[in-house]
Design a binder for this molecule. Sequence first.
Ligand code: CTP
Length: 399
Amino acid sequence: MKGKRILLGVTGSIAAYKSAVLVRLLVKAGAEVKIIMTRDACEFITPLTMSVLSGNQVYTESFNRETGKWNSHIELGMWADLFLITPATANTIAKMASGICDNLLLETYLSARCPVMLAPAMDLDMWKHQTTVKNIRLLTEAGVKILSPDSGELASGLSGEGRLREPEDIFNSVNDFFFSHFSLNNLDVLITAGPTYEAIDPVRFIGNRSTGTMGYRIAEVLAARGARVTLVSGPSEAKLQNDRIKKIEVESADEMYDQCMQHAGPARLIIMSAAVSDYKPQDVSSVKIKKENSEKEISLIPTKDILAELGKNKSAEQVLVGFALETNNEIENAKLKLKNKNLDFIVLNSLKDQGAGFGTQTNKISIIGKDGKVTDYTVKMKGEVAVDIVDFLMPSLKK
Ligand code: CTP
């Protein structure tokens, strides 16, 4: 781990002592470790211990009383290659999920641009409580990697899930993050999302009900894992949290085509999740079309198939992923698209499935590979589906 910069956040749990062992392991492996402790964490383990083990000053307050200077949460977040919060209490998890920043650790989380990993520690009922479950889901959707707690004896005397993972185990996860499948260190990715609008006249267009959410969530997960993401988006209200994602706004299929051709070259992974219009009006009126008391026809001509074009020009290293929204003969149709467009994978949404498709918070997908293998998933929130898609693609990106 030589040269890797790890910012360790420690919160007020009896398991805080385990982070001392973790710091030793990280430092021994060559990592540079800086530490932020909450006030409650200092009740369980002293900043002096952590300072000696890390060889660095430990940060506990937003303001340094001795030097009279601010401890810049922005600088700490910028410095780190990874922000690892362990142990993370239910309280800190809840605050992170709702954007509260009443201490240095939380301020740093909100402004951190690096990937964030979190190892929870709490009593079993707190871990199972629906609020904690919801908060963990929100953080997962925001791209935070959760190291789920172990099951075993707890400080309360009860036994069950909630026990902080052992330091060696957390160390291995950090090691995996840097050197194995979890990290996408500066891998170039191109993603499309949202609908396209095909103009009829200056005020009217042909569009569809895509919200862009699925593509935006995939972009977030990839960026959180260190990828350099370019997102070409049709008109969408969806929001991005990670400002490292380069967003290019387009309106029509032609504009999306141009931007994709421009940015596909260096991309190792291309995911076309946009609902690109298959047709556009043959003629676009330059003035607003007036109402007449007669039938009106609009001639439509096909748009360029961006995905098929990318498939034709695909390099040996590129992994190309398409989306298919089907209502019947789903698997068969999706496989045909995969073959015709020269894709590596296709993500299938079936409109027959409840909770799948446009305008819903949830989605249900199957991923089909070139080899014909179909992997089915259950209905999940779109942020969780994004994690599933990225996890699935990881092995192909490491080859
Ligand atoms: N796509 C594209 N350019 C187009 C149309 C679609 O890149 N002009 C991409 C979509 O982003 C998606 C995949 O192709 O990844 C969907 O394939 P497509 O054949 O368009 O699916 P449908 O529109 O559902 O086709 P059909 O109406 O034949 O089912």
